[in-house]
Every structure is written in C-alpha cells, then in structure tokens.
Design a protein around this ligand. Sequence first.
Ligand SMILES: [Zn+2]
Length: 280
Amino acid sequence: MAPPHGLLSTQVAVKGTFGPYISGILRPRMTEPGPLSEESAVDDLQTTVYAAELGWLSPVHRTWLDEVEQGRLAGLRRASDRDRFVLGTALLRCVIGDLMGGGPKLIKLDRRCLRCGAPHGAPKVIGLPGTVSVTHSGNRVLVAISENSRVGVDVEKMITRDIGEFADLVFSAEENSDVSAPEFYVAWTRKEAVLKATGDGLTRSMAEVVLGPVTERPRLRRLAGRPGWSGAIADLEVGAGYAAAVACLRPVSFGSGTEPRLRVDLAGPDRVRSLLGGRS
Ligand SMILES: [Zn+2]
C-alpha cells in the first residue's frame, strides 16, 4: 500500500519519478562490486529506483518471461495482477540487462522461496553483485537495485479509508497508531520495505519493525529478531494516491548512534520508458 512524499534520504531530498526529479539517471557503479561485508559498513548506502506505470506495458514484455515466470503468470487469474507481474518482471529484466550487458531475456533469476523452495520467492539475480527488489500496486511498478546493501522496496495504492482495524497490525505498542490514512500508508510502506530488505517479507509482523514518528523522515529504531541489522529508509514520491518507500539494510551494525547515509537515485520516466522499449 502506499502514499507519496518527497523522496527523503537521510542526507538528501530528491523529487520523485512522476514529478520533477533532480537526481537524473545515475547508473549504479557495477564495475567494482561492493561486497556485502563488514569492511564496507562505513560506506554510504546507495540504491537506484526505477518506477513504471502499467500503461507502459507492451506485448513484447511478456515474451521476456522465462519458463518459471510464465508458469507463475498462468496462475494469476485477474488481468490486473497479470499485467503488474509482467511489467515488474520486464522492468527488472531490462534494468539488469542494461547493467550487466545483454538483453532482458538473457538474465538468469533465482526465484526460489527460502522457506519452501517454490519459485515464488524474492528474485535474486545470478551474477549480479548486489540485491534487487520489485513491488507493484495499482498501476505502479517499482524496481530497486543496490550494489552495497540488502534492498527492499514497497509501493501501495492508498485505498483504505478506515484504517482503524489495521493499525494494530502495523504499529508496535511503542509507536503512535493514531495516524491519518496517508500516514498509515507511509508507515506501512516503510515497514514492508524493511521486511523485504531483510528477506523476511510479510512472514514477520510489521509491528516488529519499530520506526520513528511517521510524520518525520523515516528512521529505523529497532528490528525485532534481527539484532545487529541496521540501515536507512527513504520515502519515494511516485504520484498522487500512492505511498512508497525503499530500505537499504546490512546485517551489521553501523555503531551506536551512527546512522548510515542513504543515497537514492530515482531514474526518470524517460529513462525507464527507454529501457522498457529496449532490445529483447
Ligand atoms: Zn514459499
């Protein structure tokens, strides 16, 4: 679920994809892979986010899916779910193809679920130094890639008007759950982004992710069950009616009182459309 904001990182503010943006399209530096290790714990965290609209889907995108993905597609009944899945997969494939060299069909993805082994897990790109995350809701599809952290991204279309019954599921006892609907979605996306970054996904309760006040820039206070993990979160602006956030974490502490800096580069719509229209 998700409402938009100015894209706030811990150090910089960037305007989002579907509005004016100032970050331009900065390709992640993939030539010198950053190890996900303790040595790099003091480096700034970095992620690049690509956002697309469902209207950019074209028939060729479906041909980029591999056998496993075609199988998952066949299991989706609603046309809108199918479109979101195809566009999310196509966007991931063309972004990675551009970074690694080679067309979207050549990218090898490992989608095995860490729990049951079925091919519905978070995607890992074989041969890519870094991590990726995909999310979709309404007519928005986002892909985030990070060379030097575990990245998680979440977008949500703000549809619920009465959030009262859901607040207890999202907020911990130590957080203020008396929030407006847009603020609820902001908190939701920040927390789901964190849970995707750790690999837990929604198998873990959002209430176990304890954040600073939702009205302030995102701050990760505590992550139950993941001692030592630390990182940073940024809100993303992806258009009216949506909330979105990206989290970059590492399974190492940055030291007490030290908050890592996070740089978020948001690819502009022209860049994303160009990638989606690229070679197959
Ligand atoms: Zn599973």
